[in-house]
Design a binder for this molecule. Structure first.
Ligand code: NAP
Length: 311
């Protein structure tokens, strides 16, 4: 039997995905048809991005699963017309690797205080070496696929790493915390905080006036998670008061970040344009093809989204 797979992402993505998805699906040995258009009642799987034209899943009567190309699912998880399983992107070779590189780079930038020497218009001979990594505790809020991979990269560099999640986790060498008390403890000792939480009603404004005040004075925030994780007004106040020394922000409530947004011109803010990590067509296609193969073999889908939790 032929498995019909609809590719429904932003129009310009098909050119990037057609070849790698075809190659990955060929390698599974499945009989399949992959297209950007089908009669809805013929579709078995949708390879999906929330910015696609498909917003109403009702006509897809024989749909088995929607496979999100992104790790973040906030744009689809609450869609009331979606009644079949939803998977999110977990791809060690591509998406995860990119995030590990971006987070490690920005942690090292702040740890080594590189800006003092890179931006030094007065040519000041400022001989103040940075501490060793063992004296620079890093806390990762959101200790899932990406947070744990970043911890695994930071640990061998010597950073004391704390990971905070909804359910209790364990990872050798990491202080794993959960719950409201855990957040207090996780922030209380963090000189660098990395946000890798999903955007859900529960995680909105995780960093707010109260929680920013829990961090040691002069701490640094790195947010490659999602914009709504931070109360922007509270962060700007904390930056101006010196409570927070710097914020490196990759994600925002409104993207692209509007030209008039105060983050653009704030001297203690680095804006990056949602480039921390991108789904990579080659490796992501292999993840999707393998997941379809598993499901067709009755082995169940990997990377299922918990619709009630929102991620
Ligand atoms: P994941 O594997 O689902 O991990 C999410 C983590 O957040 C889990 O540890 C989860 O706890 C924790 N969490 C969720 N709700 C929580 C709450 N209310 N309190 C405490 N912890 C909570 O997701 P992922 O693949 O690591 O991706 C994380 C996020 O990164 C994505 O949702 C996306 O927004 C963002 N992202 C951004 C980019 C970029 O380019 N900027 C790229 C990719 C992803 P449990 O472990 O207990 O479930």
């Amino acid at each position: 039997m032929t498995v019909n797979i609809l590719f429904a992402a932003h129009a310009d993505r098909w050119a990037q995905y057609e070849t790698p998805l075809t190659e990955a699906l060929d390698a599974t040995g499945l009989g399949y048809d992959l297209r950007t258009d089908f009669a809805p009642d013929e579709v078995d799987y949708i390879v999906y991005a929330p910015n696609s034209a498909v917003q109403d899943f009702t006509p897809y009567k024989r749909l088995k699963a929607v496979m999100n190309l992104w790790a973040g699912v906030e744009g689809v998880v609450q869609n009331p017309t979606l009644t079949v399983p939803l998977t999110r992107m977990v791809d060690k070779e591509g998406l995860t690797q990119g995030m590990v590189e971006w987070v490690t780079g920005h942690v090292l930038r702040h740890h080594l205080e590189m800006d003092r020497h890179i931006v030094n218009p007065g040519h000041v001979w400022d001989h103040a070496p940075p501490p060793l990594s063992k004296d620079r505790p890093v806390t990762i809020l959101g200790f899932g696929a990406l947070g744990q991979a970043c911890a695994a990269a930071l640990l061998p560099l010597g950073f004391p790493v704390t990971g905070w999640s909804r359910s209790q986790k364990s990872m050798p060498g990491v202080t794993a915390l959960s719950g409201a008390d855990g957040l207090h403890a996780a922030l209380g000792k963090a000189q660098i905080v990395v946000l890798l939480l999903p955007a859900t009603p529960m995680t909105e404004n995780t960093l707010n006036a109260q929680t920013l005040a829990m961090m040691p004075r002069g701490a640094v925030i790195i947010n490659p998670g999602r914009g709504p994780l931070i109360d922007d007004t509270a962060l700007l106040t904390a930056l101006d008061s010196g409570q927070i020394d710097h914020a490196t922000l990759d994600v925002f409530r409104v993207e692209p970040l509007p030209a008039e947004d105060p983050y653009w011109s704030h001297p203690k803010v680095t804006v990056t344009p949602h480039i921390a990590s991108e789904t990579r067509p080659d490796s992501a296609s292999r993840v999707i093809a393998e997941n379809i193969r598993r499901n067709e073999a009755g082995k169940g889908l990997l990377h299922l989204v918990d619709r009630s939790a929102g991620y």
